[in-house]
Design a protein around this ligand. Sequence first.
Ligand SMILES: [Zn+2]
Length: 454
Amino acid sequence: MCATENPTDNDNSSLDTSSHNNALKDSTSHSDPQNSTNSTPTNSHDTRIPAPQGVIDQTPVWDLAGSSYSKYRTLSAILPGLSSALGHPVATATQTDPQTCQSALAIPRVSSAVVILVDGLGYFNLKAKREHAPFLASLLGDDSSFAEQDKTHSLRTCYPSTTTAALATLGTGTCPGLTGMLGYTQLNPRTHRITQMIKFKGAIPPADLQREPTVFERLSAQSVRVSNVSLPEFKGTPMTEACLRGADFVAENKLDKQAQKVVELASQPGLTYWYLREVDKAGHHYGWFSREWAQALEQVDNLIHTVANSLPKGTFLCVSADHGMVETDLTRQIDIAKNPALQDGVQLVAGEPRALMLYTKKSASVDAVVQRWRQEVGKVATVMSKQEAIDSRLYGYSTPRIEEMLGDVLVYCHEDVTIVDSRFQKQPAMQMPGVHGSMTRLEATIPWLTMLAE
Ligand SMILES: [Zn+2]
């Protein structure tokens, strides 16, 4: 590995420890939007059920420039496409043609639509474990190859492939470069501190940070019913406000009650959104090869099947995700704390173990930091300067207000590599068996499963 074992050379003064501690101490809830679970992740090796060979061996890093997904087959196209299908087309800053989104996603003209967002259920994760999801597999069709994406049933998510960024991308129909929701943690330029974006700890208030109108707001303004069915604890949270404001929040504690609500609401014209976090949660805690992950998938599949069977005739149902997941290989983990070259010139580190944002010291040369990181981790991660990231539209289109929140150096990991900093992160956060955030096919490809209720 590139990291040198030389802890005595650590220069703790090179990082702002107070903000790091604030930002990273509760990384155990990293996973999931608003997840408050703090139990220790477990690699339950005795119950692991590895995925078929192909899905692991053929996971090249996503090449943005070479992506064969059009912008209409991405996460940001879902709500504009649905708005058009409902007869109230909403154009966004980047999806200016909702009718084309609708046709690219093959959504029929309907009066009621249900969108189910299964957190962490990547297209390839689902495909590899399809025997645990008979209903979703039936929507997936016959293609069982892992070499190629089946473009009818998959879309691409945003970068980083993480919930904060992806839910804002979904909700606004735009991109992280416009929403300012840039990762699990990011810089608050007003305080010069790192903030945790699941709970907006120390962050700019949601309506001020995330200024793009949501598709839900725009539909509500046209008197279209929009309902967000979710857990009571998510009502009015900053994440909900930033990403999904404008919908009527329908709180239900139990999943079967939520399913019932979804069916009831769908009998009225409009849009019903249902968020399910179980798969992502199990993935972070046990890895997606685990029995626990498979059980979570079975539970979600069963719920969705029940809803699908009960929906009023003519309701359009679609299932997608915010991102997929990779299994961590801890033997390949890189620890910034053990490599002074990775600390040199770096003031703050944000993002997540698969997708990092480095904020450099004022005195440091950004180019020199980029070069040092390329030297040290370039074989297992892509390293670029902020300008390169902006030019390549890594975060989509961006504005100067959001660009000042981006790291000076951006790093995303290949294969199953993670980069952590043991000076500031606790063991559970560094040892999560399942992670996401980067650009591999497993993380960046999400399902697009649809049906029209009969
Ligand atoms: Zn997650």
